[in-house]
Design a protein around this ligand. Sequence first.
Ligand code: B12
Length: 220
Amino acid sequence: MIELSNKELKKLAAKIKKLGMKVGFQQIGIAGIQLAEDEKRLQEWLARKRHGEMSYIGHHNKKRAHPEKLVPDTLRVISARMSYWSRESKNAQEVLDDQSMAYISRYAVGRDYHKVIRQRLKMLALTTEKLISGFGYRVFVDSAPVLEKALARNSGLGWIGKHTNLIHKNAGSWFFLGELFVNVPLPVDEKISNHCGTCQACLEICPTKAIIAPYKLDFI
Ligand code: B12
């Protein structure tokens, strides 16, 4: 059990956020572990067989919406966002029009993001470990039974847009997420409100028309 005063916890949270930027993330947010609303949504989603052939999403069902069941003693989840938009990116249509080039989805262009985020989160955790004794953590990126978007939304990193991904007013949604489950009762960040409003741009522009309705993706 880590016993720090509120003032010390606040200071620690600020340090973690600063360190997060230093290791290469664009934003760090802290959330509690309550996901009751999202658990309901997850159960409905599974009951409707919305996961199609991705049967793994049905596994570890309880753990997915309960971070403390996945990693005992978890009190907070630190979410990190890492942008995959690059200034050097070429215009998609220009590349598609050029027969001598192949077009690769932006999110797959760089180094495998699982490795990059894992490494950065590990660095963040190892530095934090030096700041307080008894610090317990686990690193997650993508593949574990973790509701990454819901946790990141709860940590103030953005809102869940009609395209079903997390979106941020200034950063858009071209970013990956990763998490540190920690045993420290850090102060949690405030959620930000949904700014999609009446905008339907993602539904209209989706080249395969996969966003069949707001917040509904057809990938079956
Ligand atoms: C399965 C999966 C997919 C599937 C299905 C996507 C989907 N929308 O469910 C497929 C293969 C299609 C896919 C595609 C992509 N994915 Co993907 N995927 C995942 C994965 C592994 C699991 C998602 C999951 O659990 N789905 C099950 C449903 C039930 O959960 P959920 O979508 O999180 O929804 C919960 C909450 O968001 C909330 N919620 C859901 N709907 C609504 C609606 C409202 C109104 C509200 C308030 C809340 C809410 O309740 C739900 C239940 O708890 C996550 C990693 C992870 N562990 O979370 C990455 C992840 C979501 N994918 C990611 C990315 C980048 C992509 C792609 C852009 C990659 C690409 N270029 O092809 C596309 C985008 C397609 C799209 N528009 O979603 C990123 C998203 C980052 C972000 N900015 O949000 C993640 C988080 C991976 C990561 N670590 O960065 N993906």
